[in-house]
Design a binder for this molecule. Sequence first.
Ligand SMILES: [Zn+2]
Length: 269
Amino acid sequence: MRKTTAYIIAVFVLTCLILLPYPNPGKGNPYKQGKKLETIILDAGHGGKDPGTIGISGVYEKNIVLPITLKTRDFLLKDYNDMKVILTRDRDEFIELKNRGKIANNNNGDLFVSIHCNARKSEEVDKNGFEIYIMDLGRLNEAMNITYAENNFLNFEKKDSITFRQSVDYLVTSLAQNSFLKNSERMANILQQQMGLDTKLESRGIYQAGFYVLIGASMPTMLVETGYLSNKNDEEYLNSQKGQGDIAKAIYKAIRLYKFDYDYENLAK
Ligand SMILES: [Zn+2]
């Protein structure tokens, strides 16, 4: 293809993206004008044969993140009668990482929150507090390929050339991932603030990481390491009804605030 032809096609594709309404708003599409945030995916880490981190007194991460997740779901369902809350697991069950993203995508989730507990590495000094992770920008390409493979953002008629369709799909996918990242960042900031207000845990900050579970779901995603099971105080708190309730309340309130913003922006369009 000559350079000028390629240039004309590129300009045309971009113009289409800007001017045309999206013909198939649906699965995984972030451009849901007029649509409220309605499907939340809560992912309790580990489960079944995978205990996750083991605390200093012997508690299993899988048994702490499950009640936090169930409580968060209950808070949300009590508050909203039009919200769908999907759990990747609601019992002590092993779910492969790649299936967690699939569950989220198949249910057309608007937000994915993965809930975990941390432990210091043996060479590290004692650590405590919560950390929030969003997707690493360096793994954007990988995420785009998964999104591209799993979702058909645009179903053009067959008359369009395959190359044209792929270029548009790829561009839309990339725009979608950028929008997901922006919303993940927004939710991470809200959650950080809310965890600070509602729990006894200290914030260790928001980071970008290449966690597979964050890459497989085509929607804004985040992972919260609620505290360190290797730290005596964190472990005691995370293992208590009070601690689990506080964390669930913080996650619920953060989703509530995020939804308020999201709905306002989308409905205002
Ligand atoms: Zn974990």
